[in-house]
Design a protein around this ligand. Structure first.
Ligand SMILES: Cc1ncc(COP(=O)(O)O)c(C=O)c1O
Length: 405
């Protein structure tokens, strides 16, 4: 069965219908290109939503996974494995953090941070410090804990009751934080740039202010770098651009280059916050995922990908600003590094715009409902970016409009 129509028909019968996928079936990829089962090629500047840090099927990543699969795929966490130790060491070497816990996804990495925050205070005898503060329009994942900190009510509907002791305040508003962070706050969790919320860059001084506030009031500061980390915004972690070191930070998406892997990285003062028995993951830190993680970092180094992402990101930013200036269908260009997009005018139909781009062979995604998001592999070339931007230019010149109500 190799045609789109029969596979789609089968999917309609057997796949759980919680997604609304495009009407074709992808089967292979290389770099920034993917192909469907009928051989139609697409330029993929979505990067699997910021996951494909080294592109589709990088030969060195594929080889590392194959080699590890033939050597050792899994051992329980009752044993050390060489790959997990090596990857933790590599992450601590590249970041201000000292300890790494491995999970399998961004939600799980965030879940670990939330538990770490509560247990840290519990362990110090401060049993009242259980509140968790997040921000509106944030996105931290779909498990009930990470969902509770996700400030988008559309994802909460029908899922309540959520985690207790959670407060959500507007992003970028330090005064609002000052009002809610107090002696019951275990931690404040924010993204250094709200990604799913619509590529919202925080106002100047916000992250620095949060660092000061949490320190002053005895709460932990947690950064969710699931989408912004791993070179995506032009530095290894986005926090480097602000000179702010949180107490802990979650990573996922780009860390495995497409292999499921997440991590929580913490400073030494939190090394004792989750003693043995308090948190665990069957698959977390398995040698196969960690071998993929090590290969991703080796490719970063060999190909200078963080520096490349910064340069390519500047080019993407300048091109998007130019599109925003030339098209009345765009309100503004947003984002950092290779996590950028265009906020569409109110009367433009975002989904129909994506479909129009797809029909021309370009895959990108939406963030925050009406931001066209471009989050390509970090090894994207300038030519590939220009090819995609030319298609965006064409579609935005006469974009699909929302039906008049
Ligand atoms: C900032 C952020 N945190 C957490 C998540 C959840 O990650 P996952 O889907 O791997 O659980 C996402 C996913 O988009 C994200 O963008």
């Amino acid at each position: 069965m190799t045609d789109n129509a029969s596979l789609l028909e089968l999917a309609r019968e057997v796949a759980y219908p919680n997604y609304r996928p495009a009407p074709f079936v992808l089967t292979r990829g290389r770099g920034c290109r993917v192909e469907d089962v009928e051989g139609r090629s697409f330029l993929d500047l979505s990067g699997g939503i910021a996951v494909l840090s080294v592109g589709h099927c990088h030969p060195k990543l594929a080889a590392a996974i194959a080699e590890q699969a033939a050597r050792l795929m899994h051992v329980s966490n009752l044993f050390y494995n060489d790959r997990a130790i090596e990857l933790a060491a590599e992450i601590t070497r590249r970041t201000p953090f000292d300890r790494v816990f491995f999970a399998n996804s961004g939600s799980e990495a965030n879940e670990a941070m939330l538990k770490l925050a509560r247990h840290h205070h519990f362990g110090r005898g401060d049993k009242e410090r259980v509140e968790l503060v997040g921000t509106l329009q944030s996105f931290h994942g779909r498990t009930l804990g990470s969902l509770s900190l996700t400030g988008q009510t559309k994802y909460h509907e029908g899922m309540e009751p959520l985690l207790g002791g959670v407060k959500l305040v507007p992003y970028g508003d330090l005064d609002a934080m000052r009002e809610v962070v107090g002696d019951k706050t275990a931690a404040v969790l924010v993204e250094p740039l709200q990604a799913e919320g619509g590529l919202v860059v925080p106002p100047k001084g916000y992250l620095e202010g949060l660092r000061e506030l949490t320190r002053e009031r005895g709460a932990l500061l947690l950064f969710d770098e699931v989408q912004t980390g791993y070179g995506r915004t032009g530095t290894f972690l986005a926090q480097e651009q602000y000179g702010v070191v949180p107490d802990a930070c979650s990573l996922a998406k780009g860390i495995g280059g497409g292999f499921p892997l997440g991590a929580m990285a913490v400073t030494e003062k939190l090394a004792g916050a989750l003693p043995p028995g308090t948190h665990a993951s069957t698959f977390g830190g398995n040698p196969l995922a960690c071998a993929a993680g090590l290969a991703v970092l080796r490719i970063f180094d060999d190909e200078g990908l963080v520096e490349h992402a910064a340069r390519a990101g500047e080019h993407l930013g300048a091109s998007l600003r130019d599109l925003a200036e030339r098209h009345e269908s765009v309100i503004e260009a947003r984002g950092r590094g290779l996590l950028r997009g265009l906020l569409l005018a109110d009367d433009v139909d975002p989904m129909a715009t994506l479909v129009a781009l797809r029909e021309r062979g370009l895959l990108i995604t939406l963030a925050g409902g009406r931001v066209l998001r471009i989050s390509p592999p970090l090894n994207v070339t300038r030519e590939e970016l220009d090819e995609g931007l030319a298609l965006v230019d064409t579609v935005l010149a006469d974009p699909p409009r929302k039906a008049a109500s």
